[in-house]
Design a protein around this ligand. Structure first.
Ligand SMILES: [Zn+2]
Length: 188
């Protein structure tokens, strides 16, 4: 009886992959940025959604979309659980409110509305500055692109006047490309 059970266990072990395998690893040349994601109480976000957005952002950065694009070996990943904060009113309407947001812990901060980014500018999708953190709104479309673009700003990247560039000033389906210098910034 004991032998039969051992054989059964052996069959089960060899027949199924272990169910607690770590997630598939990136190749060793991929630079991994672990980002703490947080949202204001006027919005909502969960780990799964944040992971999906970060995976979309990573795919845009990693895939070579043709001429003048590099496959950038970088991954944006979530650090710890997505958390909620309630400082401020969830709307960025002045320099003071933006500065207050920069002081809060976290790398990516989801707020309800942004109406100030360097100047008064109504309803921008996201805002970030070199060395700072990313502030984004819950846009329906292009969230991966938005997070990647704003993260690029935190790495010192400026807008690029090419409608196919990730760093183009406006969101859109065609913004997929990073040049070599931009990729280097993303990998820092
Ligand atoms: Zn921008």
């Amino acid at each position: 009886m004991k032998t039969a059970l051992s054989i059964l266990a052996l069959v089960l072990l060899t027949g199924c992959p272990p169910d607690n395998r770590p997630p598939e690893e990136d190749p060793p040349d991929v630079v991994r940025h672990e980002l703490q994601v947080t949202y204001h109480a006027t919005t909502s976000l969960n780990n799964a959604t944040a992971d999906r957005i970060l995976a979309d952002a990573t795919q845009i950065l990693q895939i070579d979309h043709g001429e003048d694009d590099v496959a950038c070996a970088v991954r944006l990943a979530r650090q710890g659980n997505v958390t909620e904060f309630d400082a401020g009113d969830g709307s960025i309407d002045s320099r003071a409110e933006f500065e207050a947001m920069m002081q809060l812990p976290g790398d990516i901060k989801l707020v309800d509305e942004i109406n100030w980014c360097g100047r008064l500018i109504p309803n921008v999708a996201g805002c970030a500055r070199p060395g700072g953190s990313v502030v984004v709104t819950p846009t329906l479309l292009y969230r991966g692109l938005l997070w990647a673009h704003e993260y690029g700003h935190t790495k010192g990247l400026r807008h690029r006047d090419n409608g196919e560039a990730v760093m183009y000033i406006a969101l859109g389906l065609s913004r997929r490309k990073l040049n070599r210098a931009e990729c280097e910034a993303f990998r820092r």
